[in-house]
Design a protein around this ligand. Sequence first.
Ligand code: CU
Length: 120
Amino acid sequence: MMRTTLYTCTGLFALALVIVAGMTILKRSVAAAESKPVSMTEIKIDNFSFTPASITIPAGTEVHWKNNDDIPHNVVSNDHTIKSKVLDTGDDFAYTFSQPGTYDYFCSIHPKMTARIIVH
Ligand SMILES: [Cu+2]
């Protein structure tokens, strides 16, 4: 009698675990589908400049900055709402622009490095 109860409890617990795990996976895949960018584009950082220095992209585009320079740089929007960590050589920073607007940004280590992204 005790043993049957134990088995039943263990069985129910295992079933609950499977259901919770299943729901977590389902939620994750839904979230991934919703946040998937429309498209992607890359801006190269090299020789103390962002290339291209100005781009126009549709809302929802994921922009990647890749530092190909021998010197560390970062990406900071003028209003400081976008701020990457310091990117060493080969590092990449990604940001998805969901709102239309003009985004001027610079490298806070070398403030003369400036560029612009126009989102429509
Ligand atoms: Cu820099």
